[in-house]
Design a protein around this ligand. Structure first.
Ligand code: UD1
Length: 419
C-alpha cells in the first residue's frame, strides 16, 4: 500500500493549474450512453475514479479510447451489448448507480449490484430506486443486486425530498430519451449539473432550468454524439487556495472558475486571508497576522461545499478563537478531526455533524491513514503545514480524486514523496 511522506513547513510558491472536474467527468461518462454516436470528452482528469467509471462503461460493451497524456476519452455507445453491471464492478464506485437510468431509458432493463463509494455516512440509494420506479421501472432485488424492468419507460414528475447531486443528474440524463416531459423539483444546482445539461442540449436534448431548483426535460427520440471539455474542478481549486492560506504562501491557482468558489472565498475573506482573483485564477498572498475564527455550515451549491469542509477545518485550526464546523449533508464526514487532534489540533467533535475548533494550535507531523478522499487531502494539507514528518497511508483514497497530487505539490516546493 502506497503512502505519502511529507516534510512539513517547506516554503511554497508558484503556479498550480486545476484539472478537469472529477464530479463532471463521471457523469459525462454515464451520459454518453444516451447518445447514438461517439462522445469525446476533453480535459478529463487522470484519476482512479475516472478509470473505474470507464471500466464500467466498457463492461457494458461501449468502446473506450482513453488518451491519458492528452486527457481525452472517446466513448462509443453504439456497441453496448449488455445491461448488467456485476456486483463486483458496481461496488468499485458509487455513481455506478447512474448507469441504470440510461439502460432503462434505452433498453428497458438493467441489472446492477449494490453500489460502493466513499465510506461517508450511510449513503443510501433510496432516491434512485424511487425515481426509477416513477420512470416506470419494476424493481426486484436479491442479496447482491437489483433488477429493473421498464418495457415502456414514461416521463414523470419528481420532487426530491432532499437535494442530491448525482440523483438530479441521473434523472435529468434518463429523461432526455423518455417520451413526454419530465419535471424535477428541488434539484441540485451545482455547476456540474449545468455543464451536463448544456452538453446534452448540444446533442439535441431539450432540457431547461438546469442550475435552478426546477428542471424540465422534454424527451427526444435521438441524441447525436459530440465533444465536450470538462469544467475545472472547483474542489481541487478550493483545496489549493486553502493550502495557500494555510501555509501563508504565494500560490496562484490557475485554470479555474473563481465564481464557482464564491462562498469559500467569502469565508476566507472573513477570516482575513489575503488573496486576489482574476478571470480564471485565484492567488493567495503571504501574510503575518493571525486569522480570525469563523463558523462554517455546509450546504448544497451555491452554499459552502461539503467536500471542502475537511480542508477548511485544517485552516480553522490556525485561526484565533472558536470556530463551529457544521456538516449538514453527510454523517461520518468528520471523524478525521480525531486525526487532526493527534497532530496537535484542539477539536471537540460534539456529534457526527458538529465540531468545535479552538485555535490557533501548532500542528506536528504524525503517521496517519487517509480515511476518505476529502479527509485524505485535508491530511495532506495538515502535513504540509505541520512541523516535522507526516506519513499518510491509504493514499489510494486521495488518488481517487486528485491527479498526480504529489508531483504537482512538489512543483510548488512541497517536500512530499510517494513510497
Ligand atoms: C455528490 C458528489 C460529492 C458531494 C455530494 C454533496 C459526485 C460524484 N459526488 O455526491 O462529491 O460531496 O454530491 O455535494 O458528484 N441521499 C439519500 N438517498 C439517496 C441519495 C442520497 O438519502 O438515494 C442523501 C445522502 O446520504 C446525503 C445527501 O442525500 O445525505 C446528499 O447526497 P448526494 O448529493 O446524493 O451526494 P452524491 O450525489 O452521492
Amino acid at each position: 500500500m502506497a503512502q505519502f511522506r511529507i516534510q512539513g513547513q517547506q516554503p511554497l510558491q508558484g503556479e498550480i493549474a486545476v484539472t478537469g472536474a472529477k464530479n463532471a467527468a463521471l457523469k459525462f461518462i454515464a451520459a454518453s450512453l444516451m447518445c447514438d454516436a461517439p462522445v469525446t470528452l476533453t480535459n478529463v482528469p487522470n484519476i482512479e475514479d475516472v478509470r473505474r467509471m470507464l471500466h464500467l462503461v466498457q463492461s457494458l460493451g461501449a468502446g473506450v479510447q482513453h488518451n491519458v497524456e492528452a486527457h481525452t476519452v472517446v466513448i462509443d455507445p453504439t456497441t453496448v451489448n449488455t445491461q448488467t453491471i456485476s456486483a463486483e464492478l458496481a461496488k468499485t464506485i458509487r455513481p455506478s448507480i447512474m448507469f441504470v437510468g440510461p439502460l432503462i431509458a434505452r433498453y428497458g432493463t438493467a441489472r446492477i449490484g449494490y453500489p460502493g463509494g466513499c465510506v461517508i455516512g450511510r449513503r443510501p440509494i433510496d432516491l434512485y430506486l424511487k425515481g426509477y420506479e416513477r420512470f416506470g421501472a419494476q424493481i426486484t432485488s436479491s442479496d447482491e443486486s437489483f433488477v429493473f424492468t421498464a418495457p415502456t419507460p414514461r416521463a414523470m414528475e419528481f420532487m426530491f425530498p432532499l437535494i442530491s447531486v448525482v440523483a438530479t443528474e441521473t434523472f435529468m440524463i434518463t429523461a432526455t430519451r423518455i417520451p413526454g416531459t419530465t419535471v424535477l423539483k428541488n434539484c441540485a444546482m451545482e455547476p456540474e449539473v449545468v455543464a451536463l445539461a448544456e452538453f446534452l442540449n448540444s446533442c439535441g436534448a431539450r432540457i431547461t432550468g438546469a442550475g435552478t431548483p426546477t428542471i424540465s426535460i422534454e424527451g427526444v427520440t435521438a441524441l447525436s454524439g459530440g465533444t465536450v471539455a470538462m469544467i475545472p474542478d472547483r474542489l481541487e481549486a478550493g483545496t489549493f487556495v486553502i493550502l495557500g492560506a494555510l501555509t501563508r504562501s504565494n500560490i496562484r491557482v490557475t485554470k479555474c472558475i473563481p465564481e464557482h468558489l464564491e462562498n469559500i472565498l467569502d469565508h476566507l475573506r472573513e477570516m482575513g486571508v489575503p488573496f486576489t482573483v482574476g478571470p480564471d485564477w485565484i492567488e493567495t498572498q503571504p501574510y503575518s497576522h493571525t486569522l480570525k475564527a469563523i463558523n462554517i455550515k455546509t450546504h448544497e451549491y451555491p452554499g459552502f461545499v461539503t467536500d471542502l469542509q475537511a480542508p477548511f477545518t485544517v485552516l480553522l485550526t490556525q485561526a484565533a478563537g472558536t470556530s463551529l464546523v457544521h456538516e449538514t449533508i453527510f454523517e461520518g464526514r468528520m471523524f478525521y478531526t480525531d486525526l487532526l487532534n493527534r497532530m496537535g489540533a484542539n477539536i471537540i467533535l460534539c456529534d457526527p455533524h458538529r465540531a468545535i475548533v479552538e485555535g490557533p494550535t501548532a500542528l506536528s507531523g504524525r503517521k496517519l491513514d487517509s480515511p476518505d478522499i476529502r479527509a485524505g487531502i485535508a491530511m495532506v494539507l495538515a502535513g504540509l503545514a505541520a512541523r516535522g514528518e507526516t506519513i499518510i497511508g491509504n493514499i489510494e483514497q486521495v488518488d481517487r480524486g486528485y491527479e498526480s497530487i504529489d508531483a504537482r505539490l512538489r512543483s510548488l516546493g512541497a517536500a512530499i514523496i510517494r513510497e
